[in-house]
Ligand binder design. Sequence first.
Ligand code: NAG
Length: 302
Amino acid sequence: MATSPSLKMKNVGVSFFFFFFFFHGLLLSHSPSSSVSARPASFQQDFRVTWADSHIKFVEGGQAVQLGLDRNSGCGFTSKYKYMYGRVSMRIKLITGDSAGTVTAFYMNSDTDSIRDELDFEFLGNRSGQPYTVQTNVYARGKGDREQRVNLWFDPSLDYHTYAIRWSHRQVVFYVDEVPIRVYKNNEARGVPYPKSQPMGVYSTLWEADNWATRGGLEKIDWNKAPFYAYYRDFDIEGCPVPGPAACVSNPGNWWERDSYQQLNPTEAARYNWVRRNHMIYDYCADKSRYPVAPPECTTNV
Ligand SMILES: *[C@@H]1O[C@H](CO)[C@@H](O)[C@H](O)[C@H]1NC(C)=O
């Protein structure tokens, strides 16, 4: 891990802090915007390798991180801080060619075992020429089993695409580029748990899961094609870091809490419906064998 990729991080907790002191006249000679609004940071500063350092390296002149999977190991990294609310994104280029049996994940996780909150993107590899499936899941207070699957409408191994999670007090939205593929509303009023009391770290991993990932485990990983590589760049985290100023989390002035972000705008709603009509291949809400009666969030989640 010699050079570091550039990492754009707009740290709202920090900017709130500077803003406060700016208006209290304590920060007289220093412009808060220059030091805060788009602080360039390094992978080493804001993320750390959690699994198999030997399988992670910097490429593209230090602008991107390569994760590798071979017979010996997969690998993974995580943010040093946890965050509450905001928006997290990365650009990812997935494994090319035959990726059956592999899973590349990008997720947020509170890391609190039995009561964990978790927001998942899992990219399930496939044989060459077959579609790449994205599985999303939402855990709240330890309860998951909310899988949805979408086949991507492009080949995600040819180019980088942006995958984002936006999280406010009122809804979580998963985006693929500009297209919302999943919305999880705060339905606490109907007794549905919502992730709202635990900060979450940002994680990514690449591993082998050929017992389930591709066609329910029928398609096995072809180790003759190893090593498998996925690439990451342009990390962006806007959120309230924890530990950090407590006032940030409940600040209604945070952009993601604004009314306009509490439902999809008409363009987004049209895209979301297009995905659901044309590219969704599995929805737990419609799985009668698992849920003879659809879970409560399924009827109220629009
Ligand atoms: C892989 O390709 C098959 C055949 O087109 C498709 O049915 C399946 O949904 C794809 N994705 C996975 C993860 O199996």
